[in-house]
Design a protein around this ligand. Structure first.
Ligand SMILES: Nc1ncnc2c1ncn2[C@@H]1O[C@H](COP(=O)(O)OP(=O)(O)OP(=O)(O)O)[C@@H](O)[C@H]1O
Length: 347
């Protein structure tokens, strides 16, 4: 029933990754579509569309169709997925069948939101659409012992959502999903630079600042306070202006977002049965998602929870890897961890 072209998709707010059965992660593209406003035609999808954000002429708009981990624009999401599936499926034969596709969804998603993902997946060309909860996929991707009677804790900080989950015996024991993650950090940076320097920067620049000098905590005495020169538009004169910002400043402006994430981890730990909490104390909390790469996030989380914190090996690939592995072992997963399917034939 399952063939070599079946795909696992991490349909993220910031990035979409595709895992092909037997091959691993074969596509990593930003979840962005550039469209002509007059004709509705697609101009670009993925990386080339992301490069257009904030730089489009009046008749082209660059859209991020996913927001806060869920579909904000159904048709554009389906078009984007169709493009990515088309890129991923090897056209070995014109008679070959459509792929089965497993897509990960945030654990806090509503039934309506989940249904939209399944429908978009089928509209994009899937034979059968499955969904798997994101933190469970992340745990599989990070090789955590998800089937054992032992507690594993995953904190997945993405673009739109942060997912915190405790997993044991093939299921999610307790989880929390908040719609606060990398995008909020970018917004906080935009806000800070406008307020402090009276300079406007776009979301792409804000993200670049976060990647280069962003940190969850101010540098310690023995660490460098990195600096970065940034260009934006002076809100008073309207002219381009260059300012230099430091890692310490960015750590300050990311404080609220980081605190919200830490509070969510703490409150999930409070809801964790004591035996599982003891397991997590021994083995530590696993950080995944692009936000896990924020400098010092592991240190701050560890200090605040008194738990060991580890960053997964490939934080950006972890969910896609787990989604693909779940699809390869669908017989093990069928009734577990909120995996549901909708057959294209019943649609
Ligand atoms: N080195 C880094 N430091 C800080 N943040 C980073 C770094 N690299 C990537 N990110 C951020 O990680 C986020 C993307 O992560 P990821 O691809 O895991 O999210 P996603 O799966 O698309 O989103 P979601 O899971 O919310 O739907 C973006 O906000 C990006 O700016």
């Amino acid at each position: 029933m399952f063939g070599t072209r079946d795909l696992g998709i991490d349909l993220g707010t910031a990035n979409t990754l595709v895992y092909a059965r037997g091959e691993g992660v074969i596509l990593r593209e930003p979840s962005v579509v550039a469209m002509r406003t007059d004709t509705g035609n697609i101009e670009a999808v993925g990386r080339s569309a992301k490069n257009m954000i904030g730089r489009t002429p009046g008749n082209i708009t660059a859209i991020r169709p996913m927001k806060d981990g869920v579909i904000a624009d159904f048709d554009t999401t389906a078009t984007m997925m169709e493009y990515f599936i088309g890129q991923s499926v090897k056209k070995r034969s014109i008679f070959s069948r459509k792929p089965n596709v497993m897509v990960c969804v945030p654990s806090g998603i509503t039934a309506v939101e989940k249904r939209a993902v399944e429908d978009a997946t089928k509209q994009a060309g899937a034979r059968e659409a499955y969904t798997i909860e994101e933190p469970f996929a992340a745990a599989i991707g990070a090789d955590l012992p998800v089937w054992e009677p032992t507690g594993s804790m995953v904190v997945d900080i993405g673009g739109g959502t942060t997912e915190v989950a405790i997993i044991s015996l093939g299921g999610i024991v307790t989880s929390q999903s908040i719609r606060i993650a990398g995008d909020e950090m970018d917004e906080a940076i935009i806000h800070y630079i406008r307020k402090t320097y009276k300079v406007m920067v776009g979301e792409r620049t804000a993200e670049a600042i976060k990647l280069e000098v962003g940190a969850a905590d101010a540098p310690a005495e023995n660490e460098d306070n990195d600096t970065m020169e940034i260009r934006g538009r002076d809100v008073v004169t309207g002219l381009p202006k260059t300012v230099t910002i430091t890692s310490e400043e960015i750590a300050g402006c990311l404080k609220d977002t980081v605190s919200t994430i830490i509070d969510t981890v703490k409150s999930t730990l409070e809801q964790t049965p004591p035996e599982l909490a003891a397991d997590i104390m021994d083995r530590g909390i696993l950080l995944t998602g692009g936000g896990a790469l924020l400098q010092h996030i592991d240190r701050v989380l560890s200090e605040e929870t008194n738990m060991p914190v580890l960053v997964s090996e490939e934080p950006l690939d972890c969910v896609a890897l787990g989604t693909g592995r779940a699809l390869e072992n669908i017989h093990l997963f069928r009734s577990k961890a909120g995996i549901t399917s909708r057959s294209g034939r019943n649609a």
